[in-house]
Design a binder for this molecule. Structure first.
Ligand code: SF4
Length: 259
């Protein structure tokens, strides 16, 4: 199916269904997806072999220069972003200079668009690295993926590359001490002959227990909205998402639903 890549380092602003008017920063290449996951629902398509080969990422200086120019342009046009969002063609925290880039972004935001939040959409695979963890604590919207409380489901849905340890990821999410937003994609379908469904009672009950341990600022739940790399996935209905959201609220957490 028709998935897509962002062709710029700075993209948008776009109206994000979850975040508002969002100016995007893509720290990955503009011609290939680079990610430590290979989610079967990824809008960028499957993670290609190039991930294991050498790819060129934009430098910290390049990102700073382009972000400053775009923010200046937006200020001149009086079109300020609600949020500056690290997203794009893969996992932003894989960038070796991620922590420095966050510092530059905070500095430019404070100077040019002080009301804008900074968001990072991450899959949580790099939060065991201290510079990444510390950088994420400096921003307002530290949005981390947790698609299931079960490692076997994460492996089916998110197809981690290399070593993946859900227990370690959860320990790190807890270590944010509540300064984290959890994002969860709900989806069902089949892939390579295996049935996948992270909306079953067993899944939801275990996921809610984990939320209680992580104690996030907010929970974002959503389902597929655009084309995915495979055609055997189903959207979860808005009614079902709202029912899951009700249980999250009952557990004491703010929740945002995007159907
Ligand atoms: S973590 Fe995000 S970018 Fe990476 S494969 Fe999953 S959906 Fe795509």
């Amino acid at each position: 199916m028709a998935t897509f890549l962002f062709d710029k380092i700075i993209f948008g602003p776009v109206k994000s269904r979850r975040l508002g008017v969002s100016l995007g920063i893509n720290l990955l290449p503009t011609d290939v997806k680079v990610c430590s996951f290979d989610c079967i629902y990824c809008e960028c398509g499957f993670t290609p072999k190039e991930y294991e080969e050498k790819v060129t990422l934009p430098t910290r200086a390049e990102v700073r220069e382009k972000l400053e120019a775009k923010l200046q342009e937006m200020v001149a046009e009086n079109e300020l972003p609600d949020v500056i969002t690290f997203a794009g063609n893969g996992e932003p925290t894989l960038h070796r200079e991620f922590a420095g880039i966050i510092d530059d972004t905070i500095e430019l935001r404070d100077k040019l668009t002080p009301k804008a939040r900074i968001a990072v959409l991450s899959n949580a695979t790099m939060i065991h690295r201290k510079p990444v963890f510390d950088a994420l604590l400096k921003i307002k919207d530290n949005i981390q993926k947790l698609d299931s409380a079960f490692e076997e489901t994460v492996k089916l849905l998110d197809c981690p590359k290399g070593n993946f340890d859900l227990k370690r990821t959860i320990e790190q999410l807890i270590a944010f001490n509540g300064k984290v937003i959890i994002q969860t994609m709900f989806v069902r379908g089949s892939f390579k002959g295996q049935e996948i469904d992270n909306t079953t009672e067993k899944e939801i009950a275990a996921w809610l227990e984990l939320l209680k341990k992580i104690n996030p600022l907010q929970v974002m739940i959503y389902t597929i909205a655009r084309d995915t790399p495979i055609e055997t996935l189903e959207k979860v209905s808005l009614q079902e998402l709202n029912s899951i959201a009700g249980r999250v609220r009952n557990a004491g957490f703010e929740v945002q639903v995007s159907g």
